[in-house]
Design a protein around this ligand. Structure first.
Ligand code: FMN
Length: 461
């Protein structure tokens, strides 16, 4: 693809009330957004009006609010919200073109159920499903009858095999296996049926999946880890990588590194799209944008500020520090997100912020790029990163919902369109088509059929 044809990709990264840590306190926010389907409907329809490639929600099966920290728990709007696949299944029915990326963990679920749910979402949405594969940083083992949270390297090891199993299950039937020929009495062409019969270290999965190969072949695979094993997993299996970067040079390093890994897996640069996040604070003038930014920051209660800092300084006692002290170094390692630890450590080393400056930086976008300015200025940042080898597109992270997205769609998208960077109309019907990604072949097609005895399968109603 020539650089001329290359189009910017846009995702709306949605957090119910907005990404700012105290968004729900703002009068423009929908305070009950996490449980308000009408709110999500409006937001997703706004993103589709803006011709976004996709909407995306993050998720953890239990881990986004620390209930042991009373002061922050009672202010945490992320404590409770809808399960992503359920939410997107409903919203796919009130939209036509936009893609739906749902987060699902490889650490706490099973490949069979994941394969089944995402194939269902792909059918229900008419080929607009994507799976954000996460290994889950937060320890939620206590919700899943497990003795402990798996160690980082082990989580990625399991994720590698997990994705292979899910893809194999999606290939249980060839695209045209279900002939439904009433005259011949043939519902299914059994020559087009394949058993996975996977025997691996983490999983033993026979198959078949109980759903036909979905419109996209495989829902689009998204990955969001950026440590060494995270990059490798993305290079081998993912089609979109969500990432967080604060400065252009780091984003360029990440982009070049990810693209350079692809040929080893027989893949081309355009087979994996790199999408960092951006948290845009818009204003008619620079001064107005700065005022809006300060208004948001003024909502952060001191207990929330200290809660943010304690989360980053796990295991380090901050009781002797004041907010205007220079931020001490972070811990050396974590079993959570290694890439995010590095990003914030680099920030501390580079900028020498006070603890106040540090929490203000991460209270907005948690390590993603914060951009405060006029619509033109924000479009300039997007264009620069897109044209200077740092991004194939962006995940837009509205500070407050619904207004943060509406403002971006009405004020920034038209500029990106005028500059010829972004589409004026959807190119295709499926998420894969709109992202310019190839539809995958069935990986089991060439494999001889595996014989399994009827006794091994059993009968049920
Ligand atoms: C944009 C973005 C979205 C993410 N969404 C989730 C999520 O929904 N759930 C989750 O458990 N982790 C999420 N993560 C974290 C990563 O998936 C990954 O688990 C984490 O970064 C640790 O891996 P690493 O050490 O390889 O970076 C997200 C990361 C990014 C950059």
């Amino acid at each position: 693809m020539s650089n001329h044809d290359r189009k910017l990709r846009l995702g709306a990264f949605l957090q119910a009330t907005g990404h700012h840590v105290s968004a729900w306190l703002h009068p423009d926010a929908q305070a009950d957004a996490g449980h308000n389907l009408e709110h999500y409907k409006q937001v997703v329809q706004t993103a589709e009006r803006g011709k976004f490639d996709m909407v995306f929600v993050a998720d953890s099966p239990g881990g986004y609010a620390d209930f042991t920290d009373e002061a922050t728990f009672k202010q945490n709007a992320k404590a409770a919200h809808f399960e992503p696949i359920t939410l997107w299944s409903a919203l796919s029915q009130v939209t036509e073109r936009i893609g739906f990326v749902a987060t699902s963990t490889t650490t706490y679920e099973d490949p069979y159920t994941t394969a089944r749910k995402f194939a269902s979402l792909d059918w229900i949405s008419g080929g607009r499903a994507g799976w954000n594969v996460v290994t889950t940083g937060a320890d939620v083992s206590a919700n899943f009858s497990k003795p402990a949270h798996l160690e980082h390297a082990r989580r990625y090891d399991r994720a590698e095999e997990y994705i292979d199993v899910v893809k194999g299950l999606w290939d249980s039937y060839e695209d045209d296996a279900f002939v439904r020929d009433r005259d011949a009495g043939v519902y299914l062409d059994t020559d087009k049926f394949h058993l996975l019969a996977h025997e691996g270290e983490h999983f033993q999965v026979r198959g078949p999946l109980n759903i036909a190969r979905s419109p996209q072949g495989y829902p689009v695979i998204v990955q969001a880890g950026a440590s060494e094993p995270g990059r490798e997993l993305a290079a081998r299996t993912a089609e979109v990588i969500f990432t967080a970067n604060l400065i252009l040079a780091d984003a360029q390093e990440f982009y070049a590194d990810i693209k350079a890994r692809l040929p080893r897996y027989g893949r081309r640069a355009e087979d994996l799209l790199v999408m960092p996040g951006i948290f845009p604070v818009l204003g008619g003038t620079e001064a107005e944008a700065a005022t809006r930014y300060e208004a948001l920051q003024s909502l952060v209660h001191p207990s929330i500020a200290w809660g943010i800092l304690r989360r980053h300084y796990q295991g380090i006692d901050l009781s002797g520090y004041a907010l205007d002290d220079i931020a001490p170094p972070l811990p050396n390692d974590t079993n959570g997100s290694k890439s995010r630890l590095k990003l914030v450590s680099d920030l501390i080393e580079r900028d020498r912020p006070t603890l106040r400056q540090l929490y203000r930086q991460v209270s907005t976008a948690r390590g993603h790029l914060t951009s405060v300015g006029t619509p033109e200025q924000i479009a300039d940042v997007i264009q620069t990163w897109f044209e200077q080898g740092a991004a194939d597109g962006f995940n837009i992270m509205p500070p407050i919902l619904p207004t943060g997205l509406t403002d971006f769609v009405d004020q920034v998208v038209p500029i990106l369109q005028r500059r010829g960077l972004f589409r004026a109309e959807y190119e295709g019907q499926t998420l894969r088509e709109n992202l310019g990604l190839r539809r995958p072949e069935n990986g089991l097609k060439s494999r001889a059929r595996t014989a399994v005895s009827p006794e091994a399968i059993g009968a049920h109603a």
